[in-house]
Design a binder for this molecule. Structure first.
Ligand code: B12
Ligand code: SF4
Ligand code: SF4
Length: 418
């Protein structure tokens, strides 16, 4: 297309706000959009769409209700006006360009989790390099591409940690449908996509939302281990295993076994989804998983030092909460596996770890595994433990061991171990 045409449009601008297009300009922006879509693969972008920058009025009502019900995780941007009014984030906002990057859903040669060498599992979204870095790189490339054509463009890009709802933007831009498991599912890539966006002052014509939907399926709601999907597309984040694995404090006992061997995040509502069948995209170089990091041995994680943790996991998105939640989850996983060879290692945590949450959680795990060695460790810890909550966990573990074999209610789904 003729980019000299653009100068006429730029002349119509006042303080960076792109004014009403002169004759033929609508055509110009439509062509620019088509060119941008054609350039997306070279920019490393798997799917791109355009949404209008109009306020997300319906979403705002939804977010207010979500908060009232206590369903937030606390990781969301708290200012609901900013979350739903692109104009507040970029004065003169006219369009939002949504991008999606597909990530792998299968590990090449996954290492086996075996007795004596049990392993945990990281969620697929944390397998490769941190997606924030990857998407920011793609958005920067896109911005450069656009600026070469519209030098005075103004833009505000964000991924995950920005104010906007990435899913609501992606839905409006036609990236995919808003599914019953809450994910945006793209017909091409399934839900294994990361989302990001760029608010711009360019009057690009918007795309249409996709027409596919979940239909009558409810597999994700049925499979959710904690009942966190309280309805179609409605999540109580406080019950979501993905959220719980990212907390740093005590895990309520109700959720311990539901965590299974998940070390970070939860993929159950996506792995059961028929729309994801056969979807495994491995073409993004930075997102290739290292199977030893994605499915690591549990025992070495218990004593991993800060420097080693940073070296191993610092480049992935699982590291943002530090090593503590992952170590706590490794302790829980060892208890859920009930592998007796883990007892000396858990005893080490129970008696020497400086963090009460780790000590108390180790007590829970020893109570699950049982046996004389585990009981002796718990009794020893009871004599020296000073943290009130940790003492409670030790006492409950000992009570559990005193119950006759099989008396403890086993209501948990065993499928939590992967
Ligand atoms: C907070 C947060 C979490 C929280 C809460 C998740 C949630 N569902 O609310 C926790 C920690 C639990 C979490 C978990 C996960 N997350 Co998260 N998370 C976010 C974050 C930062 C904000 C989400 C939010 O505001 N939720 C509030 C809800 C109410 O709004 P929403 O989902 O954004 O918007 C939808 C609803 O409002 C709905 N809606 C609007 N009106 C109405 C009306 C009705 C009647 C209904 C039914 C629905 C509805 O439609 C909107 C569009 O789908 C976003 C990044 C971002 N800035 O947006 C990532 C994000 C949603 N997470 C992401 C991922 C990958 C995950 C996990 C898969 C990670 C994992 N493997 O463990 C899980 C999935 C859990 C799940 N089933 O949702 C991706 C999703 C990619 C995709 N394909 O959809 C995002 C977009 C990050 C990114 N940039 O890629 N996450
Ligand atoms: S991520 Fe796990 S716990 Fe959360 S809604 Fe999906 S299946 Fe349920
Ligand atoms: S499992 Fe079924 S209901 Fe759930 S997101 Fe997939 S298609 Fe939709």
């Amino acid at each position: 297309m003729d980019h000299r045409r653009h100068q006429d449009i730029a002349d119509n601008q006042d303080a960076g706000v792109i004014a009403a297009p002169p004759e033929g300009a609508a055509d110009y922006w439509a062509k620019l959009k088509e060119e941008m879509k054609a350039a997306a693969p070279q920019l490393g972008i798997d799917k791109i769409g355009v949404a209008s920058a109009a306020p997300f009025a319906e979403l705002k009502q939804r977010l207010i209700r979500h908060r009232e019900l206590g369903y937030e995780s606390g990781f969301e941007e708290p200012d609901l006006d900013k979350r739903t009014t692109p104009e507040l984030l970029l004065p003169g906002a006219q369009s939002i360009i949504a991008i999606a990057i597909a990530y792998p859903s299968k590990l090449p040669n996954p290492p086996k989790s075996e007795p004596g060498a049990r392993r945990g599992i990281m969620a697929r979204s944390a397998w490769g390099e941190d997606y924030h870095t990857v998407l920011r790189d793609r958005l920067a490339k896109l911005e450069t591409w656009l600026r070469e054509r519209v030098p005075e463009m103004r833009a505000e890009s964000m991924v995950d940690t920005g104010e906007l709802s990435d899913r609501a933007v992606a839905e409006r831009a036609g990236i995919g449908w808003s599914a019953k498991n809450c994910s945006i599912i793209s017909p091409e890539f399934g839900s294994w996509i990361y989302l990001g966006e760029m608010i711009t002052n360019l009057p690009l014509p918007p795309d249409k939302p996709v027409t596919e939907s979940c239909g009558e399926c409810t597999k994700c709601i049925d499979a959710c281990p904690t009942g966190a999907l309280v309805g179609p597309g409605q999540l109580n984040a406080q019950r979501c295993v993905s959220f719980i694995t990212q907390t740093k404090d005590w895990v309520p006992e109700e959720f311990m076994k539901k965590i299974g061997n998940r070390l970070y995040g939860c993929d159950t509502c996506q792995t059961v989804c028929p729309a994801n069948r056969g979807k495994n995209f491995t073409h993004q170089p930075e997102l290739q998983p290292d199977p030893e990091l994605a499915k690591p041995l549990l025992v070495p994680l218990l004593t991993i030092g800060n420097r080693e943790f940073k070296e191993r996991y610092g480049r992935t998105s699982s590291a943002w909460r530090g090593k503590k939640p992952i170590q706590r989850n490794a302790v829980i996983a060892l208890g859920t596996f009930k592998d007796k060879s883990a007892v000396p290692h858990l005893e080490g945590v129970l008696l020497t770890d400086p963090r009460p949450v780790l000590r108390g959680t180790a007590a829970w795990s020893l109570g699950q595994i049982g046996g004389e060695e585990a009981e002796a460790a718990l009794r020893k810890a009871l004599q020296t433990e000073t943290d009130e909550e940790a003492v409670r966990y030790i006492e409950r573990a000992l009570e559990r061991l005193a119950e006759p074999e099989g008396a403890a209610p086993e209501t948990e789904k065993t499928s939590s171990l992967q």
